[in-house]
Design a protein around this ligand. Structure first.
Ligand code: ARG
Ligand code: ZN
Ligand code: CA
Length: 256
């Protein structure tokens, strides 16, 4: 099987006419694509901050992202769609993914990664659909101010890591703590990430030990935890293997 996989991306910018900041500039979108192409290739400059014990685990996932240059009809495109909405904000109910609910319909989700960028309510930074779900809602949604590194991107979520995290889900990665609310009973189904109790937020101090995972503790600098953008800078080899399995399985339509 081929090594490097390039995923065509279409960005749907869904914005309210009264809130021009939601209509983010092309430059902000390009800054996000740049982050993805660093993070998924382990070329991110902060990879050097990974604690020494885990450096051998840092993985190049061999996935790249490119704004689509052909639309579904085969016509040239910049891969950026701008749609006005009458909605003042969206939530995790997939409303942004359909024109009938004030959003934008996806391009065929077996050929494009659909990224919707919009206002989200309730402190939500973004959400993703795992592989195997309904095609018409497949893709990733990101709050405009947590997208890219320029324009409306706002600290502490201004390093483009929300999209990195959500695309991790889109490629079948689970949260590193296993979503068991501190129980230590379920994990992320990846062997080389330590089992950890719960999500970490902000900028934790190393080591943070939970679930008997000492001496090194939680791998809170992993993209699949919940820390601030400056604090997340690695996927592991095990996560890379899982993403590859996704691209050879449920998302094999992207291997061409
Ligand atoms: N779905 C998560 C949320 O809305 C995304 C977390 C991303 N974390 C980050 N540092 N960018 O909270
Ligand atoms: Zn998540
Ligand atoms: Ca694990």
């Amino acid at each position: 099987t081929q090594d490097l996989v390039t995923i065509p991306v279409v960005v749907h910018v869904v914005h309210h006419p009264d809130m021009p900041e939601q209509n983010i500039a092309d430059e902000q979108i390009h800054s996000q694509i740049e982050v993805l192409n660093k993070d998924f290739r382990a070329k991110n400059p902060d990879a050097g901050l990974v604690p020494e014990v885990w450096r051998p685990l840092v993985a190049d996932a061999q996935v790249e992202f490119r704004l689509a240059d052909l639309d579904p009809d085969g016509d040239p495109t910049g891969g950026i769609i701008r749609v006005e909405t009458d909605q003042h904000g969206f939530t995790w109910d997939d409303g942004v993914k359909s024109a009938s609910t004030g959003g934008a319909d996806p391009w065929p989700s077996d050929q494009y990664l659909n990224l919707w960028v919009c206002q989200l309510t309730g402190g939500l930074l973004g959400y993703a659909q795992f592989p195997g779900g309904p095609p018409h809602t497949d893709g990733v949604v990101v709050l405009h101010s947590a997208f890219g590194t320029t324009g409306t991107a706002t600290a502490p979520f201004d390093r483009g890591r929300t999209a990195t995290h959500e695309i991790g889900h889109w490629l079948d990665l689970y949260h590193i703590w296993g979503d068991d609310d501190g129980a230590c009973s379920s994990d992320d189904k990846v062997a080389d990430t330590p089992n950890q109790a719960d999500a970490n937020t902000g900028q934790p101090a190393f080591p943070h030990i939970t679930c008997n995972n000492g001496p090194h503790g939680d791998m809170f600098m992993n993209y699949m935890d919940y820390t601030d953008d400056v604090g997340m800078f690695m996927f592991t080899r095990g996560q890379g293997t899982r993403m590859r399995a996704c691209l050879e399985g449920p998302r094999a339509s992207f291997l061409i």
